[in-house]
Design a protein around this ligand. Structure first.
Ligand code: DP6
Length: 315
């Protein structure tokens, strides 16, 4: 009744921002991501007969309060769906640079979904596991999958899941650190504010669906310029949208890195930015260009290079 799973974070090229169903955690749109090889969560779940509630440790710290509640609610969902009569001891470690500000619920809930089912001998298909991880955190549905993934928005628990997307081999991501502190407003709270702005929400759905079609063409034609320009305009549009709802994640330093990337692109380097609910900038580039591009970013900030990573697995 004990299993350990590992899962890596993913970075969205086409973002998930906003929900159409909070209970099932169904997104407003489909999204596309790349699972990375660098940052991951390792989680052990052990069901124990004597326990009267879940006991959660994160990075060796005993967790109570809201963080425990979110995990326990997810565990309740798993217990209900698979008739598991026990509470669990959950021991989770995040392998990210300390306080990197990129710790993500994507790797956490993906690893937990896999460990919590397997620990009770429940073997799910990749699709079922992805839907399950989604209930913990939307982006976790994509961390189940290796490399590029598409999370189909769906309209029910079963139809909202991630699977492999088209591939592009010559890719790498440089994470440029801007601020290592924890973000002020979490993505969950920030994206839920969108429900107060119905017009912005509808514009965002239309725009995201257009970007999704465009990026698909980029993959089908194996055209890195189309993939890059699309993911970059998408991320910039998402931040414009977030700012219209009263939240700002990007700092002057983030904007400086974005400008720097544009200048490098004018000189012919294949570099394109993406940012999530925080100030750090992720630069999509070609793996074959890393040797030329990396020193240019190392000059201006602290960086980590990531390649394609594996989906969730048992260890
Ligand atoms: C900006 O997956 O953290 O990273 O489903 O409420 O847990 P919840 O949200 P979460 O949101 C991720 C938002 C994002 C974009 C993305 O990863 O697609």
């Amino acid at each position: 009744m004990k299993k350990t799973a590992r899962s890596h974070i993913n970075i969205a090229l086409i973002k998930y921002w906003g929900k159409k169903d909070k209970t099932l955690n169904l997104p407003l749109t489909s999204s596309v991501s790349l699972t990375l090889d660098q940052f991951y969560t390792t989680t052990t779940v052990e069901y124990k007969k004597g326990l009267t509630e879940d006991h959660l440790y994160i990075d060796g710290r005993f967790i109570t309060g809201d963080e425990l509640k979110r995990v326990s609610n997810f565990m309740d969902e798993i217990r209900k769906r698979y008739n598991i009569p026990y509470y669990a001891l959950i021991d989770s470690y995040n392998y990210v640079p300390k306080k990197a500000g990129i710790a993500s619920s994507s790797s956490a809930f993906s690893a937990l979904a896999l460990a919590a089912t397997e620990a009770f001998g429940v073997h799910l298909s990749q699709k079922e596991l992805s839907s399950l991880a989604r209930l913990g955190s939307g982006s976790a549905s994509r961390s189940i999958i290796s490399g590029f993934a598409i999370w189909h928005e769906g309209d029910s628990h079963e139809s909202s899941y991630a699977e492999s997307f088209y591939d592009y081999n010559d890719v790498a991501v440089i994470i440029a650190f801007v601020d290592k502190n924890e973000k002020k407003v979490g993505s969950r709270d920030a994206m839920n504010i969108l429900t107060d702005f119905p017009e912005l929400k509808n514009e965002w759905i239309t725009l995201t669906n257009d970007h999704l079609e465009r990026i698909k063409l980029g993959f089908i034609n194996q055209d890195f310029n189309i993939i890059g320009t699309t993911l970059e305009s998408h991320a910039i549009k998402m931040h414009e949208l977030i700012e219209k709802t009263g939240i700002t994640y990007l700092t002057d330093k983030s904007r400086e890195i974005i400008q720097y990337t544009h200048a490098l692109r004018e000189k012919g380097y294949p570099v394109y930015v993406s940012m999530d609910a925080g100030p750090n900038v992720k630069i999509f580039t070609k793996k074959s260009s890393i040797k030329d591009v990396l020193p240019l970013y190392q000059k201006i900030t602290e960086v980590v290079v990531c390649n394609k990573g594996k989906g969730a697995y048992l260890i």
